[in-house]
Design a protein around this ligand. Sequence first.
Ligand code: AMP
Ligand code: GLY
Length: 429
Amino acid sequence: MKILVIGGGGREHALVWKLKQSSRVEKILCAPGNGGIADDVECLQVDPGDVQALVALAGKIRPDLTVVGPELPLVNGISDAFAERNWSIVGPSRQAAQLEGSKIFSKEFLLRHRIPTAKMYGAYDSARDAYAALSGVLWPLVIKADGLCAGKGVVLPPDPQSARQFLENVMEKNLLGPGGRRVLLEETLEGEELSFIILTDGERYAPMVPTRDHKRVFDGNQGPNTGGMGAYSSDELLTVGLRDAVISTIVEPTLRGLANEGLPYQGFLYIGLMLTKDGPKVLEFNCRLGDPEAQAIVARMDFDLAEVLADVAAKQLDPTKLQWKKGASVCVVLASGGYPGKFEIGKNIDGLTPSVVDTGVNVFHAGTQRERNSLVTSGGRVLGVTAAADSLAAALDLAYRASEQIHFAGMHYRKDIGEHVGRVQAAGD
Ligand code: AMP
Ligand code: GLY
């Protein structure tokens, strides 16, 4: 197989690493990739949000299978464009990707199918109506911009004044772009968050091992929200009873609902859960693997990912093929100084010696770039140091020891990945 992977973050580096191990794979290409992915496979400079350019690229290289990492190409319709041409791709259609592309679509879908989620107070497309609604709802509440807002579209405002300020920023000043034109107000849920990601061909599905992301920038869940500062996976994250409840009250009704509405879903479906005292409830859907959850998941895969993804594209997923390493895995994100605010790029990265990467630790690259003979930073999240082991403590030990050997100016990372740190709070609260 010749496989094209779309995207250029840590998640895509992890996918490329795993796909490369398959004896069925002859060649992998990545668009656009990054400095680390380019060491492993050929990278092609294409904007991953530009469906036409991706179609043109695939027309030239003719991959047997295309695997899409990020949401933007999916929300922009890459799967539909490939399906029209009978090209094999893993990822949902534009319409099904609305589960991530529109929070209002997703909430209405959940309510229609009676899938447990936070109560919706209302959806608004005029700032005046949204301001008026603030006085009639229960506090605390959550405000969500409807569209894609690069992780900045959700707030838990501490008081009505901050709620008004957010609404003004997104609905009147358009600070988050078109994604903020409509907003959703909903109930605040309390509990622990969990990322439950499944792979489906529209009919059959297979859950990934459960993961937990650490979204806040500092230890103890302090500071602003980020794309994710680290993740871990352990079977202990989910009891058998809870897993059964997630499957029967959330996963199966969701897949049935999609099929009944003529939106058969193919690819990874990320279900962001809040484990509340009344049972698991859906916080959000994403139409892809999480980042950095993917790194922790891939580290525990004990199956041929290329074979399984080709099965999904052919609508022949065999869930029994997905076998997992026992134990745990962890991904520690090494970030640029200042991230998630302003940060500088172009810092030399040292310490990626073979002794770091040959000890069962994978250093997946996110924001890196090759400059002549050196590797430099090119983004906020730079590297994802990933390890799997028999226990969470052993995986953490491996990942943190490797992290200590890596340096770039301004580098910072959380020291408490995998620790139980109480209620995970949301952006803006
Ligand atoms: P979302 O993009 O919808 O996942 O929201 C981002 C983050 O906001 C989630 O990971 C949660 O931490 C938080 N969040 C979203 N909705 C709620 C809710 N209804 N109650 C509490 N926290 C929420
Ligand atoms: N780590 C959260 C996400 O990928 O959306």
